[in-house]
Design a protein around this ligand. Structure first.
Ligand code: FE
Length: 205
């Protein structure tokens, strides 16, 4: 394997992970941080703060057709309109799910992920199993997430790189016609924007 410390390469990723672990251990030993607080922080960026940005992009696209057109033609600029840009989000492409098409995102090389819209990648996204099988057996992988893609729906897998990062635009769930943009944001899950889930549901009040 090429061991260049190129940003985004497996070598760079593991090096960064080792450094972070070393720093965490030192800080914990000195009693400066609580490992539980670190876990909470990671969870916050992985599940709470991070994907909420992407959810806002999706909800805006659902409610504003002109925005959706801009999003599909120049995702980087359209996402930046909402204030989400920067590191690991410089070149974005949004891929739209339809009745006939389902999109899934993977990084087969390492763990490239759109940070400004999704936050930190979940552990499974970085796993060798997901990275290898998302390409060779996408329907099988999706089934493990509880997602059954109907026969007539094409599954397209997008291989994210350090240069180009993808975001799935899920379909707006039925029964949400009266919901406003903010309410719709709450329905959009992180996994739907990676594409490992397809159906979103309107929460019952
Ligand atoms: Fe990567």
């Amino acid at each position: 394997m090429n061991m260049d410390a190129k940003s985004g390469s497996p070598a760079a990723q593991s090096d960064a992970a080792l450094r972070i672990r070393a720093i965490e251990e030192i800080l914990t030993e000195k009693g400066l941080i609580d490992p539980k607080a670190v876990d909470l922080l990671v969870d916050t960026f992985e599940n709470q703060i991070g994907p909420r940005n992407g959810a806002k992009v999706v909800a805006k696209a659902w409610t504003d057709s002109e925005y959706k057109q801009r999003l599909l033609s120049d995702a980087t600029a359209a996402i930046a309109e909402l204030g989400f840009s920067g590191l690991q989000g410089e070149n974005m492409v949004v891929v739209e799910n339809t009745d006939r098409l389902h999109n899934v995102i993977v990084c087969t090389l390492c763990s490239c992920y759109p940070w400004p819209t999704l936050g930190l990648p979940p552990v499974w996204y970085k796993s060798a199993a997901y990275r290898a099988r998302a390409i060779s057996d996408p329907r099988g992988v999706l089934r493990e997430f509880g997602t059954e893609i109907p026969e007539g729906v094409e599954v397209r897998v997008w291989d994210t790189t350090a240069e180009l990062r993808y975001l799935v635009l899920p379909q707006r769930p039925a029964g949400t016609e009266t919901m406003n943009e903010e309410e719709l944001t709450e329905l959009v899950s992180r996994d739907s924007m990676i594409g490992v889930t397809r159906e979103l549901t309107a929460k019952q009040p």
